[in-house]
Design a protein around this ligand. Structure first.
Ligand SMILES: [Zn+2]
Ligand SMILES: [Zn+2]
Length: 637
């Protein structure tokens, strides 16, 4: 008999050689049906593999990340089996599961999406045959024989350390070198689809042969798969790179360089509007503006520690007149703000000192990692550094979180959670006691503000605990937004002080915070979240005034002038096309309001108003239209 303990603390006795599937069946048929794999004493385990003895058992279902990975990895094998059935010369390399899909890099003749149907049909054939998936331990010698002539698998075998158990997984007469685990049989794979194919190099090295990277995804039901495919379609239509081009918001120039966005007038308006909104709010809350240069001496970053820990992400050094004149393009604004703190002898009466800057920073991301506005090499942080006395930390931290929540509310970002990042025991600098004090202050602030939050050990930066905001957009995708970070380390490194009420020198604590995070990334998110249809207060063009015929142009210009005078961003439509076509264009530009001008409107000194999305609001006096706009904008900001 063996004793199996469960995550809830309970335990039960079983006969020897029972598998996790047997255990699941003894608990109930539904669990046995839902179980995909298991974790036995912390180790991933096949459902049908006998338990090693008394152990702790966690059954994994679709609800578990690991369960989904096993499901998708079994689908990867199904795909590989189908590919090799259709292309016997194909050689398999590696194929890991990703967050919501999988791929396999295969050495085979180039395929296109037209070939997917045949591969999927073969996969269905093997799934319907419900082939048992069997784990088999093999010796290194046996493995070499099994994969003789397969240079990729032989190379992979070399990488596996001596002494590690080697396993292959068989389904039908097909097998693959694999760590596993897998589901018990191919019939458990219910719904799948190949998504795309791309070229990839063996081991990512362009001097190697190009392989076919086949992407696919799978779900436990056709309904869930269809929903996922619909989300992918929606995401494609909302892609900020596509909308950014269509709406004239930003561009990239190969001559300027990859990952260096150029903001076009319309995009710059969105950006400025966001900055002004936050500036105004910060002013109300006691922040002081500062402006600092984009470069600084290398020594500054040696003192801050960034040079040592962050160098890989920094642009190469700039060398000045002599070797001591070495400059760094700033990856962070903190060291500059610290110099401003140090500019004067600070007293406890100066604290908290809140310095704020929309500070541009530069990070040398790998070119392959760059992606639209979400992964760039130059970006602007709505950065602020708060210098506080230790006893002010808790209160000040709460105020920062309040500001962030206020910002989210104004931007209608409602679906978010906060993540408290606590120290990684192997990777932190400073005293455990001060860390604990700060960690407790963060958790307390999150609780007091009723913030939905998770606590994650090991997620802190090396210099202090933090609070991150994770936002879920309309498509259910997660984005990391602003961060609040406590820092006991930089004040120490730079020897920061203030004179306390006791006349003695004390060390302040720093808080780094950025509600938007990177403006580039944040606007990328907003574009996709709003599908390019910004609320009135953020829209680059708020109103387009459309004269029906030439004779209406003067009055239309008068309306534009009146709206502009009132502080709105109104545009005159000088196009010669028919009114229907003009309206259609304004719709594709996602402009919140159109004011159509014809004979009747001139006669009545009114405007015929249409709202974005084909809502005809009818004619209204100009003053009423203006009042309506003012009211909506006030509600927006
Ligand atoms: Zn595998
Ligand atoms: Zn900072």
């Amino acid at each position: 008999m063996i004793t199996v303990s469960f995550p809830d603390g309970s335990s039960r006795e079983f006969e020897d050689n029972r598998s996790p599937l047997d255990v699941a069946q003894s608990i109930g048929p539904r669990l046995a049906q839902a179980a995909l794999a298991a974790e036995v004493d912390g180790q991933m385990w096949d459902l049908s593999r006998p338990l090693p003895g008394s152990c702790t058992l966690r059954l994994l279902t679709w609800k578990d990340v690991e369960g989904r990975e096993v499901y998708r990895h079994s689908t990867t094998h199904l795909m590989a089996q189908a590919v090799q059935a259709l292309y016997p010369e194909a050689r398999l390399t590696v194929g890991p599961p990703l967050e919501d899909r999988f791929y396999y890099d295969i050495d085979m003749p180039p395929v296109s999406e037209e070939d997917f149907a045949a591969i999927e049909a073969k996969m269905h054939e093997f799934a319907e045959a419900d082939l048992p998936i069997a784990r088999e331990e093999v010796s290194r010698e046996q493995a070499k024989v099994l994969f003789a002539g397969d240079q990729y698998k032989l190379e992979l075998l070399e990488d596996i350390p001596e002494g590690q158990t080697l396993t292959i997984y068989r389904q039908g007469d097909w097998f693959d070198l694999c760590r596993g685990p897998h589901m018990p049989s191919t019939g458990r794979i219910k719904a799948f689809k190949l998504l795309s194919v791309a070229g990839a190099y063996w081991r990512g090295d362009a001097s190697n042969k190009q392989l076919q990277r086949l992407y696919g995804t799978s779900y436990p039901s056709q309904k869930e798969l269809d929903e996922h495919l619909q989300r992918l379609e929606d995401a494609k239509a909302r892609d900020h790179r596509k909308l950014g081009r269509e709406l004239g918001l930003f561009m990239f120039s190969n001559d300027v360089g990859p990952g260096l966005p150029l903001w076009l007038p319309k995009g710059a308006i969105v950006r400025d509007t966001l900055e002004r909104f936050l500036q105004k709010e910060q002013q109300r809350r006691g922040y002081l503006p500062v402006v600092t240069p984009h470069i600084g001496r290398k020594k500054l970053y040696e003192t801050s520690g960034h040079w040592e820990t962050y160098q890989d992400s920094m642009f190469p050094l700039m060398v000045g007149e002599d070797e001591f004149e070495q400059f760094v393009l700033k990856p962070m604004n903190c060291p500059h703000h610290i110099q401003i703190y140090k500019n004067e002898l600070r007293s406890y009466r100066d604290l908290p000192l809140r310095l704020a800057e929309f500070g541009s920073v530069y990070r040398y991301e790998q070119s392959g990692e760059l992606n639209g506005l979400t992964r760039v090499r130059s970006f602007t942080v709505d950065d602020s550094h708060l210098f506080v006395a230790p006893e002010q930390l808790e209160d000040e931290f709460r105020k920062v979180v309040e500001l962030i929540l206020f910002v989210f509310q104004k931007l209608e970002l409602t679906d978010y959670t906060a993540r408290v990042g606590l120290r990684d025991p192997d990777k932190f600098i400073g005293d455990i006691e001060v860390w604990e004090k700060a960690e407790n202050a963060i958790i307390k602030a999150a609780q007091e503000l009723g913030l939905k939050h998770t606590i994650e050990k090991g997620e802190a930066a090396f210099y202090g605990p933090k609070l991150d905001f994770i936002f879920r957009d309309v498509l259910g995708r997660q984005w990391q937004l602003g961060t609040v970070q406590v820092d006991y380390n930089l004040p120490e490194r730079f020897g920061l002080e203030y004179i306390g009420s006791d006349g003695q020198a004390h060390r302040p604590v720093m808080i780094h915070r950025a509600p938007f995070g990177s403006l580039e990334r944040f606007i990328g998110l907003l574009i996709e979240h709003y599908n390019g249809a910004f609320p009135l207060w953020l829209a680059p063009t708020q109103i387009k005034v459309l004269p029906i015929a030439d004779r209406h142009a003067d009055y239309a210009r008068e309306v534009v002038a009146e709206l502009t005078e009132a502080g709105f961003r109104a545009e005159f439509d000088a196009d010669n096309s028919k009114i229907g076509a003009k309206i259609a264009i304004a719709e594709t530009q996602k402009i919140p309001y159109m004011a159509v001008i014809g004979d009747k409107e001139i006669e009545a000194q009114s405007v015929a108003v249409r709202a974005r999305g084909r809502h005809d609001l009818g004619a209204m006096p100009r003053a009423d239209f203006l009042a309506k706009l003012r009211d909506e904008e006030d509600r927006g900001t």
